[in-house]
Design a protein. Structure first.
Length: 127
């Protein structure tokens, strides 16, 4: 069973994504900010992270800095799911983000498909 960590401060969105991934047989944890996300990752390393960028306390960019500074956590693929237009190429090339998606352009089901693709690619890389 794949483990997913959703880092999203909007409770309704977080629950909606959690429900969709749970239906798809993922073990899902949630966090409401980047600091809580890092703490949860240290306790139970997920197979992938679904990350919002704009959050209180520790935002998505700060989370990525903390993640990339840790040699174990930095191996976990991250899909950024945001409402803001951001420099997708910068996040992918300089922050090692696997994918950047706009929330308004994707359904929970299509996000599940993207995470499955990312996990499949990760499996191929480790073979």
């Amino acid at each position: 069973m794949n483990k997913l960590l959703i880092i999203e401060d909007d409770k309704i969105l977080s629950e909606m994504y959690k429900d969709e991934f749970t239906r798809e047989k993922f073990a899902v944890q949630t966090a409401t900010d980047g600091q809580q996300g890092i703490e949860k990752m240290k306790l139970s390393l997920p197979d992938a992270v679904l990350l919002d960028l704009i959050m209180p306390k520790v935002n998505g960019y700060e989370f990525l800095k903390l993640l990339r500074a840790d040699p174990i956590l930095s191996k976990v693929p991250v899909l950024v799911l945001t409402n803001i237009y951001t420099n997708k190429e910068d996040l992918i090339n300089n922050w090692a983000v696997a994918e950047v998606l706009l929330k308004s352009e994707h359904t929970p089901g299509s996000i599940v498909v993207k995470i499955k693709e990312i996990l499949a690619a990760k499996t191929q890389q480790t073979k």
